[in-house]
Design a protein around this ligand. Structure first.
Ligand SMILES: Cc1ncc(C[n+]2csc(CCOP(=O)(O)OP(=O)(O)O)c2C)c(N)n1
Length: 741
């Protein structure tokens, strides 16, 4: 008796094969699309394997032995796409592309796809892709970066990877991971196509092609007509993408294996040979609802469900296999049974395999591990930074310069020394950046290594991830801190999670330069003066650097690049806009904020704070960073008249916070003032003060922070920010014991 959707579906398949009640095999022959009988059999078997894994996931899930039941049933036509690709073609997969993955894995003789996927369903620590951290579709060997049940967030990086393939070819990048003629593929659902992230990525692909640039990209929309319970209007996907400039559109019945092979071959030709993006629209069905927990009939009619079941791609494949004389009915049923048994055995054994049993084990993959470190693309070894100034503006490098100029020189040094480095973002090319931080880089290094992107932060960060997937160490720029927020998921949900979901085997190193923070003179305004970085504080593995002076910035940017290139880290390099052009510290002409690039040696290690002022016993320690450190230096000079001994700790590295170093630097202090230019809520000082309390620091501690407000336009902006006068006042109050608890 078939009670559950999967039992009903499995029984219907067998009954219809038995009675040869199958859809017409159509008029495409396997030979005409270049498939041998053996290829066809393998494809059919991959589809059956995927289906039986879905069935088993429901059975084992019921008893709590497996933990994921979003399946691929109805989408198995995607295996035919895998069949025509090379395993060196990188694929970012929709969570219903299980059959694609199985077909790809089976192109490697020693592959064990059922076992691998069973381990993943069971969240076993032996899962070869994520090490038991998530049910992912992925393969380290065969170029499928692990993907969870993300919708749309993987599209920007797919576009980026396609771009990276052509860029590596143009630049003859020595350490490219993908061959020059590789294509990038990304699959996604019809509802996902409406997501602004998908829209941005597809737009970015189309625009790239419209500009005449090569982009070997296949966008596979697996259109089952519904997203959980919400239908996609009939014809929406076709109407939207059929006549899109820059995009080639192909539509096919995604349930018919040979039709899919034919269309996929055409798509591959367009992407690989013509190097143009192609939108491959597979019309699929979704069988058994969205997931195991989903009661589909609560929002769909039984007739609609039955219509989809009638289009089950396994029926179409069985029909073709029969018509091609590959297997007879009995053998199809035998194969079905045999696959079911193999899946059952694999699942049973996988459920008994060890799980991750400690936080340490779970977290061991937050950063790229030995497997990545051993095989990482080498960054060009000699980064003996300031020895070779030939590619830089020698006059600028040998005379005192302000922050933005020093940053441009440092980027120039990195570009000169490391062929993997690329600098890109809005207006970084010809204009040289809104504030000149990339000035003269494009003329020196060319439009392939320093270039303007379109105006979309998700695309910029997706491009960075894509470039990193192909051996580059990208240095994307986000023009203003406020504008990273609409794209933060590319850092939070994509870039920073890659090592976690790949058991530390994969990484997408990058240094994301972001101009930000407040205090812009005569300007103000919320978007150009954003002073909130809470969004970066809780992302495991992320590094946030923020220099308050040009010499530190030079050394920190070099370190950031090395951390990315050699350790696979994702680094946010936050640049205080208000300090970009500052030359003097205390008085006009003192030049204390100007530094000679050729005199700045080496790097500045991660976590090392700057200590200024007297060592040993002091009356007060001020802890700050960025503009706050600049203002504190000035305030300390003002306070000198009081005859107090004051030390400054410039944090420099905001995430992770080196609380131990601050505790050590507080040794001998009578009081501590934290000056934090970010909002009171969510600012780095929240974490710092918690850390100090947890470590039992006994001195009185006060915080001077920005208000929990947005930054208004004009002079009013200073009302909600810490000021030099405010620091002096707070310091005096602390020193005089006011407000002690
Ligand atoms: C950003 C985001 N929003 C919402 C969800 C929840 N969600 C998961 S799958 C899904 C439906 C996606 O439908 P579609 O793209 O058509 O793919 P299908 O499941 O039909 O294959 C939704 C809304 C999500 N995973 N991510």
């Amino acid at each position: 008796m078939a009670d559950t959707p999967h039992e009903r579906l499995a029984a219907a398949f067998r009954a219809r094969v038995q009675t040869a009640d199958l859809p017409s095999p159509g008029n495409i022959s396997a030979a005409s699309v270049g498939l041998s009988k053996q290829d066809l059999l393998r494809l059919f078997e991959s589809q059956l394997m995927s289906r039986h894994l879905d069935y088993a996931a429901r059975v084992f899930g019921k008893t709590g032995q497996t933990f994921y039941s979003i399946g691929s049933a109805g989408h198995e036509g995607n295996a035919a796409v895998a069949a025509v690709l090379e395993t060196t073609d990188i694929a970012f997969l929709h969570y219903r592309s299980g059959a694609f993955l199985i077909e790809r894995l089976r192109q490697q003789p020693e592959a064990t796809p059922l076992w691998d996927m069973a381990l993943s369903f069971a969240a076993s620590a032996e899962d070869p892709v994520s090490g038991g951290r998530h049910k992912v579709l992925g393969s380290h060997l065969l170029n499928v970066p692990p993907q969870t049940s993300t919708i749309a967030s993987h599209l920007p990086k797919a576009v980026g990877t396609a771009y990276a393939i052509t860029l590596a070819r143009r630049l003859r990048l020595q350490h490219a991971r993908l061959p020059d003629d590789a294509v990038a593929l990304v699959s996604f659902g019809d509802a996902s196509a409406n997501h602004s992230t998908a829209q941005g990525a597809i737009n970015s692909a189309a625009l790239t092609a419209y500009r005449g640039l090569p982009l070997p990209l296949i966008l596979v929309c697996e259109d089952n007509g519904i997203g959980i319970s919400v239908p996609t209007p009939d014809g929406w996907i076709a109407q939207t993408y059929r006549n899109r400039p820059g995009l080639h559109y192909l539509a096919v019945d995604g349930c018919h294996p040979l039709a899919v092979v034919a269309a996929a071959r055409e798509a591959v030709h367009i992407a690989r040979v013509q190097r143009r993006p192609v939108f491959l629209h597979l019309k699929t069905v979704r069988l058994m609802g969205h997931a195991g927990s989903d009661l589909e009939t609560s929002y769909r009619s039984s007739a609609a469900v039955a219509m989809d079941e009638d289009r089950d791609p396994l029926l179409a494949s069985a029909s073709v296999v029969l018509a091609e004389g590959v297997l007879d009915q009995e053998r199809i049923l035998d194969l079905d049974e045999q696959v079911a048994r193999r899946v059952q055995r694999a699942m049973q054994r996988a459920c008994e395999r060890p799980k991750l049993t400690s936080a340490t084990a779970v977290m061991s993959a937050l950063l790229p591990g030995v497997q990545w470190l051993q095989h990482r693309p080498q960054i060009d070894a000699d980064l003996a930074w300031n020895t070779d100034l030939s590619a830089l503006d020698a006059r600028a490098a040998t005379s005192p310069q302000h922050l933005s100029r020093l940053l441009a020189l440092t980027l120039g040094g990195i570009l000169a020394k490391s062929s993997q480095a690329v600098v890109f973002g809005e207006d970084v090319g010809r204009k040289g950046g809104v504030y000149g931080a990339t000035t003269q880089l494009q003329p020196a290094f060319g439009t392939s290594r320093v270039f303007d992107t379109l105006l979309d932060e998700q695309s910029i960060l997706g491009l960075a991830i894509g470039l990193a997937h192909n051996g580059f160490v990208p240095l994307p720029e986000i023009q203003f801190l406020a504008y990273v927020h609409n794209a933060e998921d590319q850092i939070r949900g994509e870039a920073a999670t890659l090592s976690f979901f790949s058991d530390g085997r994969a990484a997408n190193p990058m240094v994301i330069r972001i101009a930000g923070l407040a205090y812009q003179r005569g300007f103000g305004g919320h978007f150009h003066n954003d002073n909130a970085i809470a969004v970066f504080r809780d992302i495991p593995g992320l590094i946030v650097a923020c220099a308050s002076r040009g010499d530190d910035a030079v050394r920190m940017l070099r370190s950031a690049y090395r951390l990315a290139g050699e350790q696979g880290r994702v680094v946010v390099f936050l640049e205080p806009i208000a300090l970009y052009g500052i030359k003097d510290l205390h008085r006009e002409g003192d030049g204390l904020m100007s530094f000679r690039y050729d005199g700045i040696d080496g790097e500045l290690p991660l976590g090392e704070p700057g200590l200024e002022g007297p060592a040993g016993d002091v009356d007060l320690v001020i802890v700050s960073y960025g503009n706050g450190a600049y203002l504190s230096r000035r305030a300390i000079a003002e306070l000198a008249a009081d005859g107090r001994r004051i030390r400054l700790i410039d944090l420099r590295w905001l995430v992770p916070l080196n609380v131990d170093a601050v505790v050590a630097a507080l040794n001998g202090a009578s009081a501590c003032l934290i000056v934090d230019e970010c909002r009171r809520s969510g600012s780095p000082s929240e974490g710092l003060i918690t850390g100090l309390v947890e470590q039992g620091v006994a001195v009185p501690i006060r915080r001077l922070t920005a208000a929990d407000s947005f930054i208004p336009l004009g002079p009013a902006s200073y009302e909600v920010l810490p000021s030099q006068a405010g620091i002096v006042k707070a310091a005096r109050e602390l020193l005089e014991g006011y407000g002690e608890s």
